[in-house]
Design a binder for this molecule. Structure first.
Ligand SMILES: C[S@@+](CC[C@H](N)C(=O)[O-])C[C@H]1O[C@@H](n2cnc3c(N)ncnc32)[C@H](O)[C@@H]1O
Length: 222
C-alpha cells in the first residue's frame, strides 16, 4: 500500500522542495520522508501516539531497539544510482529531522500549542482515514491539516481505500472505509488542486486487515 517509487518521483522532479516538510501521522515510521532528505532544510515528524513518537526518537538518537530502516535507504539510494553509498542518504536525513511533535488532526491547529509558520509541503500517509470515524470528520481533519500549508504549498496524500479495519501486531484498529472519488472530492473541497493522481486496485484480506485500493495524490493549495 506504500508507494515508494511514486513518492520518489515527486521529489526527483525537483518541484517538491522548500524550507520545511511536515509529516502528519507518521506513526513509528520514517519511510515516507527518506526521499525528501535532500530537498528540505527541515523535516518535522508528528503523531498522536506517544509510543509512535518514542520510536521515531529512538531512530533519531540511534538508540538500541530502534527500527532498522536500512532497506529503505538502500532502495531509495538505488533509485538515485548510488546504492553503494546508501549510508550517505541516512546521514543526510537524520540531522534534517529536527523535531518529533504531538499531533491531533481533530484540532483546528493539529500541532496546538505549537504554531508553525505556513509550511511548504505536508505529507500524510494512511492517517486521516485511520483517525476519523466518519466522512465529516475526515473532511474536517483534512481541513485542519491543510490550514498548516501555505498558499501554493503542496500536499502529498497517500490513502488506503475501502478499509474498515487493519491490524498492527495483535491490535485491531478501526478505519474509515472511503472511496477514491471521496478522497479526491475531499481534497478539492478543501481548496486544493489535484496535480498528480495515482491509484491502484491492490487489496488485502489478510486476517483482520481489509482494504481495496490505494491512492497517491499530489495537490497544491490555492
Ligand atoms: C495506519 S497508521 C499510518 C502510519 C504511517 N503514516 C504509515 O503510512 O505507515 C495511522 C497513524 O495515524 C495516527 N493517528 C491516529 N489518530 C490520529 C489523530 N487524531 N491525529 C494524528 N494522528 C493520528 C496513528 O497514531 C497512526 O500512527
Amino acid at each position: 500500500m506504500f508507494h515508494p517509487s511514486r513518492i520518489y518521483s515527486f521529489y526527483i522532479s525537483g518541484h517538491i522542495r522548500g524550507k520545511l516538510l511536515l509529516e502528519i501521522g507518521s506513526g513509528p515510521c520514517i519511510h515516507t520522508v527518506i526521499p525528501a532528505a535532500s530537498w528540505f532544510d527541515e523535516i518535522i515528524l508528528t503523531d498522536f501516539s506517544p509510543s509512535n513518537r518514542d520510536m521515531q526518537e529512538k531512530w533519531l538518537n540511534n538508540d538500541q531497539g530502534a527500527h532498522n530502516w536500512d532497506n529503505f535507504f538502500k532502495y531509495y539510494s538505488k533509485l538515485d544510482g548510488n546504492e553503494a553509498n546508501w549510508q550517505q542518504l541516512e546521514a543526510t536525513l537524520r540531522p534534517k529531522i529536527k523535531r518529533v511533535l504531538p499531533c491531533d488532526v481533530y484540532k483546528q491547529n493539529p500541532l496546538d500549542p505549537i504554531q508553525l509558520d505556513p509550511v511548504d509541503v505536508i505529507c500524510t500517509s494512511a492517517c486521516l482515514e485511520s483517525a476519523c470515524l466518519d466522512k465529516d470528520a475526515y473532511h474536517n481533519a483534512m481541513k485542519n491539516v491543510v490550514s498548516l500549508l501555505k498558499p501554493g504549498g503542496k500536499l502529498i496524500l497517500i490513502g488506503v481505500l475501502n478499509c474498515p479495519q487493519y491490524t498492527v501486531g495483535s491490535e485491531i484498529f478501526k478505519c474509515l472505509p472511503i472511496s477514491r472519488d471521496e478522497v479526491i472530492n475531499t481534497v478539492k473541497a478543501n481548496g486544493l488542486d489535484v496535480i498528480e493522481l495515482f491509484d491502484d486496485d491492490s487489496s488485502a484480506e489478510e486476517g483482520t486487515t481489509i482494504f481495496n485500493g490505494t491512492v497517491v495524490i499530489l495537490a497544491e493549495k490555492k
